[in-house]
Design a binder for this molecule. Structure first.
Ligand code: PLP
Length: 495
């Protein structure tokens, strides 16, 4: 049995071990799921998923129950809490989306106020809507990535201080750190501010499940003292899609209410494939994470240095003092003479490199410790190829506004605003109008470009001309825009 380098304990995998015992003991399955350990899967699917389906069991004797865990799931959740340093941890099988819904429902009641960062993922806004909460919005500053390019910056202590002074009765503060593009806020300072104002600190750390496992990475939200922390395990660590963790710590959390909220938003038939994936990735991170993350960071740092020398301005570097996750590379495509979308296309078509996201000026690369040295070399050489041969033919418009920047541009003058309660919006008479006719009116539904899933417009906000232009540009570039009606060219508004 291997030993934990950090804790010097034996590796424990309670869920996988329970599944192995079950597979040895069971001769006839007279319970759901109907595929009976994979035998009943359609052949085409079985070819791919046959082995995995043997793990796809349900809450029979010995396998515990996610809603009321007392066996291997409880044991595994305890091990996750220890690995991450929280008081308690719950497994998520609906991703950070489920975690954000549960965290908000557990912490905020009807008509209670919450201070929330403007760049929050749509799951946070959906949660606030379900909770019937009053959203007091603080808009983080923008960080420039080059001409016409910008990304959301961190929530600064000064901004939170201002928000707390304006809304001292708020129950909680919600921030996202790291952001989609890897920008990290000073969570320790923000948490202290929230706590000293009697507010709970909720952190959407969907992109930061790896942070606690290497000392050179920015501090994680749990270590910074946040009360509720939500993480996806499928984004930056090696677990199956839809997996995540919700960590809770300290006396401000009503754990019974939290568990009730989790039962409300999660399925009563959680996938044991996902539960086992969560448990095994926890074990791997706790036991060998530091080594794997360290090696990967070294590879990336060397490649980043080379890239910066060869193509100044291509790989974004945050301003001094703003920590950024080294596993996120934000490429500023005009440095190669092309647009972000063109660069992403070139990387995909010519080199088989599929990136995370692109807009007019950016391409986002999401690395993980699972990327090999060959992957890193392939990306660097592909960027060299695209740069050297100018395959993009210099069509990049360095003055085009990135989608992220556009959303900020429209809100820059109102960085502390309160949104109308969603129920009120639905009670008001609404009209369906074209995007251009919507300028100046309040929209009923959020308008969200996906990815990254941060709404450009929130329910109750007014459409502006720059946002209208930005939505039209996104539609023209065939980028997915949620929240439009009918033919996708109209929108519901009030007033
Ligand atoms: C910041 C942030 N929070 C939450 C989510 C939702 O995560 P999941 O896909 O695990 O439900 C996302 C997804 O992109 C995200 O970027």
């Amino acid at each position: 049995m291997s030993m934990n380098k950090r804790e010097n304990r034996p590796v424990e995998l309670p869920i996988l071990e329970a599944l192995e015992r079950h597979s040895q003991d069971e001769r006839v399955s007279l319970h759901v799921p109907g595929h009976k350990s994979g035998f009943g899967l359609p052949t085409a699917f079985h070819t791919w998923a046959g082995d995995v389906a043997r793990l796809d069991q349900t809450e029979v004797a010995g396998l515990d129950d996610l809603y009321q865990p007392i066996g291997p799931i409880a044991h595994a959740q305890g091990l996750a809490a220890r690995a991450y340093g929280s008081d308690g941890t719950s497994f998520l099988v609906g991703g950070s989306t489920a975690g954000n819904l549960a965290a908000v429902l557990a912490a905020i009641g009807r008509r209670e106020r919450v201070i929330v960062a403007r760049n929050s993922h749509q799951s946070i806004w959906h949660a606030l809507e379900l909770a019937g909460a009053r959203a007091a919005v603080m808009t983080p500053p923008l960080l420039s990535t080059g001409i016409g390019g910008a990304v959301w910056g961190p929530i600064t202590p000064a901004l939170l201080r201002e928000a707390i002074a304006k809304w001292p009765d708020a129950k909680a503060v919600i921030v996202t750190s790291p952001t989609y593009t890897g920008v990290v806020s000073s969570l320790r300072e923000l948490t202290l501010l929230a706590h000293s104002a009697g507010m709970m600190m909720i952190v959407d750390e969907a992109h930061g499940a790896h942070l606690p496992f290497h000392p050179a990475l920015p501090e994680s939200a749990v270590s910074a003292g946040a009360d509720l922390v939500v993480q996806s395990l499928h984004k930056m660590t090696g677990a199956m899609t839809q997996t995540g963790l919700l960590h809770y710590s300290g006396p401000r959390v009503d754990t019974a209410r939290l568990q009730r909220a989790l039962r409300m938003v999660q399925t009563s038939s959680p996938s044991y494939v996902l539960l086992a994936s969560i448990d095994t990735v926890r074990a791997e991170l706790a036991h060998t994470g530091e080594e794997r993350l360290g090696e990967a960071m070294e590879r990336l740092a060397t490649a980043a240095d080379n890239l910066r020398r060869e193509h100044p301005g291509l790989l974004w570097e945050a301003t001094e003092g703003v920590p950024v996750d080294p596993f996120k590379w934000l490429l500023y495509a005009p440095a190669l003479g092309c647009s972000g979308i063109e660069l992403a296309d070139q990387l995909r078509i010519r080199h088989g490199i599929f990136t995370e996201w692109a807009d007019e000026v950016h391409v986002l690369c999401a690395w993980s410790y699972a990327n090999s040295a060959q992957d890193v070399a392939a990306v660097v050489s592909a960027l060299r190829d695209v740069g050297d041969h100018l395959q993009c033919k210099g069509q990049g418009d360095a003055h085009a506004l990135s989608l992220d920047a556009a959303s900020w541009g429209a809100h820059a003058i109102a960085d502390l605003v309160e949104l109308p309660l969603r129920t009120k919006l639905h009670e008001a008479p609404s009209v369906t109008v074209s995007l251009r006719e919507a300028v100046g009116r309040r929209v009923v539904d959020a308008v969200t470009v996906y990815p990254p899933g941060v709404p450009l417009l929130l329910p109750g906000e007014r459409m502006t001309q720059p946002l209208c232009d930005c939505i039209e540009a996104a539609l023209q570039a065939q980028i997915r825009v949620d929240g439009l009606t009918g033919d996708g060219l109209h929108i519901d508004c009030v007033g």
